[in-house]
Design a protein around this ligand. Structure first.
Ligand code: DC
Length: 229
């Protein structure tokens, strides 16, 4: 038993991974890392600087110029790209439309995985993404693989973006989610796949509270103390 724990949460786009990860981080005093935000910030840099992704040297050169940092406030992800706060901009459609292509590039994955593994050295971390339980932390104490009905996922995302005032249709969101699922699961470099030892959490009809309870049950054998209401 120990208090140092790595929780890996993987799954499809817009499945509520980050909501669950944040709730776990809050309850158990863990560091929360949204690995998707890193791929999104890299995508933003590539879009802004019109990097040709077919040019391997250009991609590698660009990676040297990208400095990402997380600042956690109230368990919300604040990410900076070369010192500029980009947390809002990376959630917008131009980035969502391009991120799966960018994150399929080997050199980019290698660099992101290196940075993510470094964040886990001090342990006590919950990280969500697509390859956390398979590639980033294959020996994580707890691995959860999240899934949900694509229609429900699109509806949840639609509500979220509408609240933020984005002008986008449900159909566009559904198509984007389906497209990202396809690219994420079929790419050559560490595709989205359930780790053999990951437990499946289908949250189509589960509330956030139920999902947290489900996860806490899996985590509790590894925690000596410390939960936080
Ligand atoms: O979790 P998200 O939807 O914000 O992630 C955005 C994209 O980043 C997603 O379509 C795939 C990619 N991603 C990845 O390839 N590996 C990760 N560990 C996290 C995200």
């Amino acid at each position: 038993m120990n208090d140092n724990i790595v929780i890996a949460i993987d799954g499809y786009s817009s499945c509520g991974k980050s909501t669950l990860a944040k709730a776990l981080a809050k309850k158990l005093h863990l560091i929360y890392v949204d690995s998707g935000a890193m791929y999104r910030a890299v995508t933003l840099y590539f879009l802004r600087n019109k990097i040709d992704i077919t040019d391997k040297d250009h991609v590698k050169f660009a990676l040297h110029d990208i400095h990402l940092n997380f600042h956690s406030r109230d368990y919300q992800t604040h990410i900076t790209l070369n010192e500029e706060e980009v947390s809002e901009e990376i959630r917008q459609m131009p980035v969502s439309e391009m991120v799966s292509e960018i994150s399929a590039i080997k050199a980019i994955r290698t660099e992101m995985v290196r940075q993510q593994q470094r964040m886990g050295i001090s342990k006590s971390i919950v990280m969500d993404g697509r390859d956390i339980g398979t590639t980033v932390f294959p020996s994580a104490e707890v691995k959860i693989f999240m899934t949900a009905d694509p229609k429900i996922r699109a509806e949840r995302r639609y509500k979220e973006l509408k609240l933020k005032g984005e002008n986008i249709s449900l159909e566009e969101i559904f198509d984007n989610i389906a497209h990202r699922d396809f690219l994420d699961t079929t790419r050559k470099e560490s595709p989205l796949v359930r780790a053999k030892d990951a437990i499946i959490l289908d949250n189509t009809i589960l509330t956030q509270k139920e999902q947290l309870e489900f996860a806490l049950e899996r985590v509790s054998p590894f925690m000596k103390s410390k939960t936080h209401d």
